[in-house]
Design a protein around this ligand. Sequence first.
Ligand code: 5GP
Ligand code: ZN
Length: 112
Amino acid sequence: MSDCLFCKIAAGEIPSKKVYEDECCYAFYDIAPQAPTHFLVIPKAHIPSVSAVDEGNEAVVGHIFAVIAKLAKELGLESYRVVSNIGEQAGQSVFHLHFHVLSGRDMTWPPG
Ligand code: 5GP
Ligand code: ZN
């Protein structure tokens, strides 16, 4: 999608601090970290949010979770939180599917 910030980041058109990349996903550190470790994992294909996941694109979501588990092991994260906000009321500000991976501090439940 030409007008999407995360499509441009995945394509390398906007710089980011890369954590990992393969043919279908891209991981990079959040520009405004909310924990000592905070990175995002996104599909390279434009999917607006979890609410647009269906039989046609579900494989990339499973792949992203395998990538998250691999990166967490490589980065030595023993405890971490994976979050995806869906819709403005839940806090979504970029409408390209992304999973936040946060680690390195105590976290509260329920989330704010
Ligand atoms: P959301 O609010 O949609 O759940 O998450 C979007 C995230 O993207 C936010 O945590 C925000 O800090 C991050 N973000 C927004 N613009 C940029 C950017 O240009 N570069 C990077 N690395 N992160 C960004
Ligand atoms: Zn996009």
